[in-house]
Design a protein around this ligand. Structure first.
Ligand code: ATP
Length: 362
């Protein structure tokens, strides 16, 4: 069993605490992605699991073992880095087998392990090449191969796809997912790219300033963000936010804001939102929830500044009142800059956040 547990782990560099007490439990064979903006502490957390960075306090366990003070080589984790860290003068086969050679593994065992990794990663044809004769994606596969031959309990990936072009990144995403299914090991994966996180993870851990904002499966994060930070971070293009008030009127509860925004809240949600009546709230609505509506549709007036035709649909970017707003509209719509259009809102898909705390309400 190779579950990973962080209990009250902290990290300070000098007097600056970059990770306040952090608790995180990763299940055996789980694929967990740590995601968040630059500087939020993802890499530091990963490096503490690897043992490349000492914790300031707290405890890290891998399986049944307390590894908090163990050196990296004894933790049975393999780390794959963004820059691949391959030896340029060695062939692919030598790079993959290097760690085993250093540990004095017999040559025939190394050869068998290298052949197995090459088969899994489709590198068989390249074993005699040097890294400079490989594409970025092939180099990254060699780096992963080197991690595989160690048969680690836990794979740690630190932004492994950042140096690849967009198309290759998507291909490697699938490859790493397949690899996880095949090897059945625990993976902790760091990225700043929320799409990468959402497409790969069993569970996404959204970090901000060293803290966990929310840890959940991708669909839960998308549909039920706990707060404004997660709502803004997850989804592309990002959720629209309009500041306003919830008011009680004859017809029930409505959201009102500058720019003539007046949207009735569906009755099923009114009870849970009643606590926020009279308070400043932020309405969140994703661009993709502005096109298709059912009976629960309301409209806002969008002053269009720009149009982005994406093929299957078009994005209309502009303002609703003072708030920046992006709407997904039909590809066939004849809308241009400076038009004012009426945008349907799927009121079942609205999110509300308390302005005072940023927490989701209702
Ligand atoms: P990125 O996506 O940019 O890599 P990250 O979320 O991985 O960011 P970390 O690299 O973990 O963030 O850094 C977290 C914070 O700790 C940052 O504010 C960073 O400046 C600081 N930090 C990291 N390493 C050190 C160090 N060796 N000495 C001092 N401060 C450090």
């Amino acid at each position: 069993m190779s579950q990973v547990r962080l209990d009250q782990v902290t990290k300070s560099f000098g007097s600056v605490e970059v990770i306040p007490p952090l608790d995180l439990a990763i299940a055996d064979k789980e694929f967990v992605v740590l995601v968040g903006p630059s500087g939020c502490g993802k890499t530091t957390t990963l490096r503490m699991i690897a043992g490349l960075e000492q914790t300031t306090s707290g405890e890290i366990r891998i399986g049944e073992r307390d590894v908090t003070t163990l050196r990296p080589g004894l933790r049975n984790c393999s780390m794959v880095f963004q820059n691949y860290a391959l030896y340029p003068h060695m062939t692919v086969a030598e790079n993959i087998g290097y760690g085993m050679k250093v540990r004095g593994t017999p040559k025939q065992d190394i050869d068998a392990a290298v052949a197995n990794a090459a088969r899994i990663l489709n590198l068989g044809a390249y074993l005699k090449r040097k890294p400079n004769a490989l594409s970025g994606g092939q180099r990254q596969r060699v780096a992963i191969g080197r991690a595989i031959v160690r048969q680690p309990d836990v794979f740690l990936f630190d932004e492994p796809l950042s140096n690849l072009d967009a198309k290759l990144r998507i291909e490697m995403r699938t490859e790493i997912k397949l690899l996880h299914r095949r090897l059945k090991t625990t993976i902790v994966y760091v990225t700043h790219d929320q799409v990468e996180a959402m497409t790969m993870a069993d569970r996404v851990v959204v970090m901000n300033q060293g803290r966990i904002e929310q840890a959940a499966d991708p669909i839960t994060l998308y549909e039920s963000p706990k707060n404004l930070f997660v709502a803004a971070f997850i989804g592309s293009p990002s959720m629209n936010f309009i500041e306003g008030q919830l008011v009680q009127n004859a017809g029930g509860i409505a959201f009102q804001a500058e720019g003539g925004v007046d949207i009735s809240v569906p009755t099923q949600r009114a009870e849970r939102l009643s606590v926020a009546v009279g308070q400043s709230v932020v309405l969140g609505i994703r661009p993709e929830h502005t096109m298709v509506g059912d009976s629960n549709v309301s409209t806002v007036s969008l002053h269009v500044a720009d149009i982005e035709p994406l093929g299957p649909y078009t994005l209309a970017i502009g303002k609703v009142g003072a708030a920046a707003f992006t709407a997904q509209i039909h590809a066939s719509s004849r809308v241009g800059p400076d038009d004012r259009i009426s945008v349907p809102i799927d009121t079942q898909k609205m999110h509300f956040f308390l302005k005072s705390t940023g927490d989701t309400v209702g």
